[in-house]
Design a protein around this ligand. Sequence first.
Ligand SMILES: Cc1cc2nc3c(=O)[nH]c(=O)nc-3n(C[C@H](O)[C@H](O)[C@H](O)COP(=O)(O)OP(=O)(O)OC[C@H]3O[C@@H](n4cnc5c(N)ncnc54)[C@H](O)[C@@H]3O)c2cc1C
Length: 512
Amino acid sequence: MRTRWLAVLLPVVSGFQLPFKLPFFNQSGQQTLQQPPADSKPRIAIIGAGAGGSSAAFWISKAKERFGVDVEVDVYEKESYIGGRACSTTVFPYGNSSLPPVELGASIFVKVNKNMWRAADEFNLTRLNFRDDDQGMGVWDGEKLLFATTGGWWGWWDNAKALLRYGFHSPRRTQALVDTMVNKFQSLYAPEVPRWQNISHLSSILGWDELVSQTTSEYLLSNGVSNKFISELVEGATRVNYGQNADELHALEGACSLAATGASAVEGGNFRIFENFLKQANVFLNTSVKSVSQTGTNKWALESDRGAEIYTAVILAAPFHSTQLQVPSDISSQIPPQPYVHLHVTLLTTTQPSFPAQSFSLPPSTKVPGMLLTTFEGARNGGKQPEFNSMSYHGLISEGEWVVKIFSKKRISDKWLSKMFDGQVGWVLRKEWDAYPVLPPSSEFPPTKLAPGFYYVNSFEPFISTMETEALASRNVVDMLLHESFESGICGPVGTPLNDTDKEDFVYGWDC
Ligand SMILES: Cc1cc2nc3c(=O)[nH]c(=O)nc-3n(C[C@H](O)[C@H](O)[C@H](O)COP(=O)(O)OP(=O)(O)OC[C@H]3O[C@@H](n4cnc5c(N)ncnc54)[C@H](O)[C@@H]3O)c2cc1C
């Protein structure tokens, strides 16, 4: 149990990004007006080159390769890099390239994320495991360290402490509920894959209405999990993964926070998967899309920094309210406002080999775990809020100097860092994100299809927000679009018998 639970509680590593240029993609920015000749092949525009947009281009390329669906795909990306929020890269502490690079992002995907897993294999990318529980894990409530594991060889002792504090039933029941959710999730890769026009429909197909309509706390309490276990360990996971408390976040996303078995990242950054996804598309970096409007029958006019272009279909693969996109009011009115969690990520180096015990009001000889999760329970009971969502050691960069990563709701000041590490802080780097949607219980989601020929990948995000689910959402959108406009989906026309359905680990879209 120990290793499983510690794996489950591994923190998500943030997706930092630095601009870079890819030689084989267009670097736009110039004003050009390109109207296709009337008899030219159909064109699809994708707005956004993150996990959602790049995978949409990839699914279309699969249909082209298999069934000769003859379309031109243009991907518009306002930034100078591919990957969006999942763009992860490495930086050199102090900007010194002779020091080992530090992973800034390396957002994690897990073994049950079959598209990401498969893509890493197919593109010959190396997966790195995130099994770093030797440093121990603790839960901080802003005033006290409530629970701490030792890690390493002391697993039996950690187990005994966990059993004493949380009992046997709460961890076991929670694990069983998470396993049930993960099993259902696997049906999204099966030959008889569900298709959905809207997320509420998918939610009922998967039997997840109960999960999305309750908070994580409500759902687990009603299933016999103790408040102590929820508010300490489960909330530690929801706060590090989604920056939200267990009594705020809906139970589906709460369960996803706990399903981290086999956590991995691609060596050199997960964006390498998204680069590969885009190899068959025309990618316009530094090119913001300003407006999309209907023109004539079944055609869309898209205006961007490149000028105006006409498309058969448009796929929006970015959170609508972050795009500043002008669309007709009958389309914008369908998308409810969606606030995002604003997350501060702070990377620093310190000569302190572990968190100083006195910073946590502990006796000097106490060894503080290298990974600290947090609970809001102290604040609920009138105490102080934790200053951070999570804080963890990420290895040595040179003899006697370690890297630490902090996720927080507010900016972590230099003064606070200096106090925490007893003045021993070297290099500091900060990054802010609108990281993930605020995800309270809900039964309503934005539509997947905004109008005939206009689709919205990120309608999935208020349901589950991960790289993998964006790739699943785009697969559903592309399948729908291709069936509607070209009478053939990713796996052929409706009714096409699929090959390899007996294959162990069949993945719809890859194996058909
Ligand atoms: C710090 C952090 C840690 C995370 N950790 C994990 C993790 O460990 N595992 C995981 O699976 N997920 C993680 N996530 C969530 C994950 O990154 C997102 O769910 C996923 O990457 C969203 O992909 P997307 O393509 O839908 O959106 P985005 O990545 O936001 O991509 C949208 C793209 O559209 C572009 N765009 C926007 N407007 C326009 C416009 N008008 N014209 C042209 N382009 C435009 C944007 O520049 C952007 O590149 C994390 C997120 C953050 C911020």
